[in-house]
Design a protein around this ligand. Structure first.
Ligand code: CMX
Length: 443
């Protein structure tokens, strides 16, 4: 057998081994998420070990100096199995596209129910965190309040406590898991409190242990009575959860987590990254931009007037929010999933129609302008329109919902990183003088 063939056979045996562990059925039905992870981790550790033994010393392609200066675009630098982003096709979660997930899930309703109950039981936030939020001025951006509250949850971190007590490396994932479950569980109460405090929406209702996460989140925000909004939250939470490992929020969480900062500190970093206008804040920016456009050129404006407005944005040295992407080169399937939802539930909504009109105009303008590598819409171009339709009109709050959703991906990554013994991240930086010297010496 040639070495290449041997390598393929070994790889396929390994994948089969991991797959068989992942889909081993006997205990799956009854197991809790934590028990299931405990079953899966040994096979994944073995998988990584063998992959490194076989491929660890192989080159993964050249690094261009432009990548050092250019935000590391396309630089292979991280491992994350939870989701993978293809430039043409978009995101796959554990190998499944968004339409496939919509068809297949939920696959294990009993487990989903018990997980929902577990999150409901962990949902209360400490009094002092409530105090922090209640003392924030309503003028403090909701994302800053969100980040403050999440960081403060580290007061009760199981991981930080276990580390102080000398927990073994092999056990790191277990207190990390507990912190991640607490983190996810507490987010609806944090988000709900921020929304109600900032916009004067009265007291928070209690979590209902017999309802799912999306229903409870919607209820705490004050929209639980609207079943379509609850359905929207199910879609929203899923499609925003993860977008492979290199985006700012996912990578910030992984980076900070690699210092063994606990999940609250690590996810606080994710939120601070998500709060930037080139990342998650773009969903707020899209609505602000749309509203400004409407006030400038009126509602039901002609294609020509919209086109002129888009050009004016570009000529003013600003980006068109909700368009472009660092990796994607086609329309984001997360945009398409939201568009399908809108076509089903709110086809006549005027703002939805405007978003559709813009979809026909912006890509052509961006192409003609000739700078953006991807002229197509991303997830943020659509989400605000759906939220606005159901009455959640406070656009400064939108990125908080993105943050609640992103916790699922970041938490999963933190748990797996601790289970697989991911080391401290420490890439090498160079000075411009060093770059010049290296290549001068090579001439
Ligand atoms: N409007 C105007 N110009 C754009 C543009 C847009 N929507 N998208 C890219 N460009 C410009 C870039 O600013 C850059 O200009 P300079 O050369 O002057 O710096 C040039 O086109 C090349 O950029 P790129 O390689 O195509 O894109 P990047 O990987 O550098 O950036 C992104 C990606 C998302 C930051 C960029 O497309 C952008 O700013 N989009 C608008 C903001 C947005 O919607 N962000 C949300 C992304 C999804 C998310 O993370 O939530």
């Amino acid at each position: 057998m040639s070495s290449a063939l041997r390598s393929v056979v070994q790889q396929s045996r390994r994948s089969a081994f991991v797959r068989s562990a992942r889909f081993a059925s006997t205990s799956t039905k009854q197991a809790t998420l934590k028990e299931r992870l405990a079953e899966l981790i040994p096979a994944e550790i073995q998988n990584v070990k063998e992959t490194r033994a076989e491929h660890g010393k192989k080159s993964f392609g050249p690094v261009l100096v432009d990548q050092l200066y250019g935000g590391m675009r396309g630089l292979p630098a991280l491992i994350w199995d939870g989701s993978v982003l293809d430039p043409e096709e978009g995101i796959r979660f554990r190998g499944k596209t968004i339409p496939e997930c919509q068809q297949l899930l939920p696959k294990a309703p009993e487990q989903v129910t018990s997980l929902s109950k577990d999150w409901a039981a962990r949902a209360a936030i400490p009094d002092f965190v409530e105090d922090i939020l209640d003392r924030c001025p309503p003028t403090l951006h909701p994302m800053s309040q969100f980040s403050l509250a999440v960081t403060a949850l580290n007061h009760d971190s199981a991981f930080a406590k276990a580390y102080q007590q000398g927990v073994s490396k092999k056990e790191y994932w277990q207190p990390t898991f507990e912190d991640c479950m607490d983190l996810i569980a507490k987010l609806p109460n944090i988000a709900g409190r921020i929304y109600r405090n900032v916009y004067g929406r009265g007291k928070l209702p209690a979590i209902d242990a017999n309802k799912d996460y999306a229903y409870n989140l919607a209820t705490l925000l004050g929209f639980g009575e609207k079943s379509e909004f609850v359905e929207l939250m199910r879609l929203y939470l899923t499609i925003h959860s993860d977008h492979e490992g290199g985006n700012v929020s996912a990578h910030a969480g992984k980076l900070v987590g690699s210092a063994l900062s606990d999940p609250f500190l690590a996810f606080g970093a994710s939120l601070n990254g998500l709060a930037g206008p080139l990342h998650g804040l773009a969903n707020q920016e899209v609505l602000i931009w749309l509203r400004k456009m409407q006030s400038k050129i009126g509602q039901n404006a002609s294609d020509e007037a919209v086109k002129e407005y888009v050009w004016a944005t570009l000529k003013g040295g600003q980006v068109v929010p909700g368009y472009g992407h660092a990796v994607l080169r086609k329309t984001d399937p997360r945009y398409s999933a939201q568009r399908e939802f809108a076509l089903k539930h709110l086809p006549e909504d005027p703002l939805f129609k405007l978003v559709g009109q813009i979809y026909k105009i912006v890509p052509g303008v961006l192409l003609e302008a000739g700078k953006a590598k991807n002229p197509w819409p991303n997830v943020d171009a659509h989400s605000g329109v759906l939220l606005t339709h159901y009455g959640l009109e406070e656009m400064q709050f939108y990125t908080v919902l993105f943050g609640v959703s992103r916790a699922f991906g970041v938490a999963a990554q933190l748990i797996w990183d601790r289970a697989l013994g991911a080391p401290l991240e420490r890439p090498k930086s160079y000075s411009t003088a060093a770059i010049q010297k290296i290549f001068k010496d090579k001439q």
